[in-house]
Design a binder for this molecule. Structure first.
Ligand SMILES: [Zn+2]
Length: 209
């Protein structure tokens, strides 16, 4: 079995079969290629839809029978048009299986587009950049105070407030969380020299981690 996971959001996108030839084709092309047991042939994910999975890393599990592909998806991964094949609750519940930040981004987007619902999120979005900006500054100030003089629990709670309001701010500008995570990942791959060069060009340059 092969599990494809979004490198930036942590979302599990799909599961499919690979054999040795599929693995070799994946390595050679840089795009996820699977083996169809029903058709008895290799297929590159997205060969008809264009929604390929660019492969960043391939990891085997402890007993070597399952592969994890860390991928950058070029579109929805499910044939239904959804980002992930995993959207149907199998236990009768209605829990979003997405990683927490991604699920919260979805909740905030739903509140933004709902006309019926009056919510805190909606009131922030209705207030626009001035209200969201003021709230972000306020929450960042509270986090700074917690870091200086309060308990670890308070630091965690204030950090959660900052992240929540950050997600609302991103929704207000329609910037996907994924783009933020992608930016962080790109910085992590930047060498010190490249970072210095970027600063030399006048920008603040990416923060090194
Ligand atoms: Zn699917």
């Amino acid at each position: 079995m092969t599990v494809a996971q979004d490198r930036f959001t942590g979302e599990v996108r799909m599961v499919a079969w690979m054999n040795q030839a599929a693995l070799a084709a994946t390595r050679e092309s840089g795009f996820a290629t699977f083996f169809s047991r029903s058709r008895g042939k290799l297929w590159q994910k997205g060969e008809t839809s264009g929604h390929r999975l660019r492969v960043h890393a391939i990891t085997a599990d402890c007993d070597g029978d399952t592969l994890l592909l860390s991928v950058e998806p070029e579109g929805p991964s499910c044939h239904t048009g959804r980002p992930s094949c995993f959207f149907e609750a199998a236990d009768g519940g209605a829990h979003d299986p997405s990683p927490v930040l991604l699920a919260l981004e979805g909740v905030i987007a739903a509140r933004a587009s709902s006309s019926a619902e009056k919510s805190y999120t909606r009131s922030l979005l209705d207030g626009g950049a001035p209200k969201i900006g003021a709230k972000l500054r306020e929450e960042a100030g509270e986090l700074a105070e917690a870091i200086a003089a309060e308990s670890a629990e308070r630091v965690a709670a204030e950090s959660a407030d900052v992240l929540f309001h950050l997600l609302v701010a991103l929704e207000s500008r329609k910037v996907p969380l994924r783009e933020v995570l992608r930016e962080l990942a790109l910085r992590a791959g930047t060498s010190g020299h490249a970072e210095k060069a970027a600063r030399g060009r006048g920008g603040a340059g990416p923060q090194q981690v």
